[in-house]
Design a protein around this ligand. Structure first.
Ligand code: ADP
Ligand code: MG
Length: 245
């Protein structure tokens, strides 16, 4: 049995203003597992990810990383964020910093690594995402796919225990999606533990070990990737056909 890396217990989130975005969500992710979360816009997927790495706090529920509760005031937020890598749809790179500096920044300022070693480590992760030839470029001169691979490298540089991806290919032109999906697939194959919110159903079917379908703040269906081809509910079936159009 593999170790449970991440566990979510009965998570709920009500936003100020009253939207009950997540209404009792529980799941576990084991070491080396890749979990895909799918579901319509507004079903609460991003809220779950944001509560996991404490960009926001859940209203109720427990988040554990390797058994240790991380959503408490006693757990250091910066420590949590360096153990949980997050990649957003919108890249979130620093536009005034070169690629190499975007990737080495956290190593220097959060991990306290000296600049020379940080640059070496940053080069090695940029090599993994096939961006070593662009270390001196500024983000503005990269394609969306290249920016996203740099954002992935920046998260990987911190040697996270789990990676969270929130629709990593949604902002990309169709011809750039493949290179980013291949990068994420490569990480999954190397055994990186990950949670990927995605509309790329092929990825959920072919790469993910398990799939969660969220609907209206709840897990409506979950199982192995075969659930993609055998939805039990009309709502999941309708959702899948809506994104295949
Ligand atoms: P998804 O990622 O599945 O599209 P979200 O988690 O972004 O869903 O949103 C779930 C629900 O919470 C939606 O109704 C959305 O409008 C609402 N919501 C998201 N962020 C906020 C916020 N900061 N304040 C208030 N409501 C929010
Ligand atoms: Mg979202």
């Amino acid at each position: 049995m593999s170790e449970i890396i991440l566990s979510i217990e009965d998570m709920e989130k009500t936003y100020v203003g009253g939207v009950h975005a997540v209404r009792g969500v529980s799941f576990e992710v084991k070491e080396g597992e890749s979990l895909a979360i799918i579901g319509s816009s507004g079903s609460g997927k991003s809220t779950v990810l944001r509560c996991i790495n404490r960009l926001i706090e859940p209203t109720h529920g427990i988040v554990r990383l390797k058994g240790e509760r991380i959503n408490t005031p006693a757990a250091d937020v910066n420590d949590v964020r360096s153990r949980i890598g997050m990649v957003f749809q919108s890249f979130e790179l620093f536009s005034h910093l070169r690629v190499i500096d975007n990737v080495s920044l956290g190593l220097i300022h959060v991990r306290g690594i000296n600049k020379e070693d940080a640059i070496d480590q940053a080069r090695s992760v940029l090599d993994r995402v096939d961006m070593l030839d662009r270390v001196d470029a500024y983000p503005g001169n990269l394609s969306g796919g290249q920016k996203q691979r740099v954002a992935i490298a920046r998260a990987l540089a911190m040697k996270p225990e789990v990676m969270l991806f929130d629709e990593p290919t949604s902002a990309l032109d169709p011809e750039l999606i493949g290179s980013v999906l291949e990068t994420i697939q490569g990480l999954a194959e190397e055994g990186m533990t990950m949670v990927v919110v995605t509309h790329e159903i092929g990825f959920a079917r072919d790469v993910a070990d398990s799939v969660i379908y969220m609907d209206q703040g709840l897990i409506a269906e979950e199982g192995g990737s075969s659930i993609i081809d055998n939805p039990k509910t009309d709502r999941m079936r309708d959702f899948l056909s809506s994104i295949n159009d």
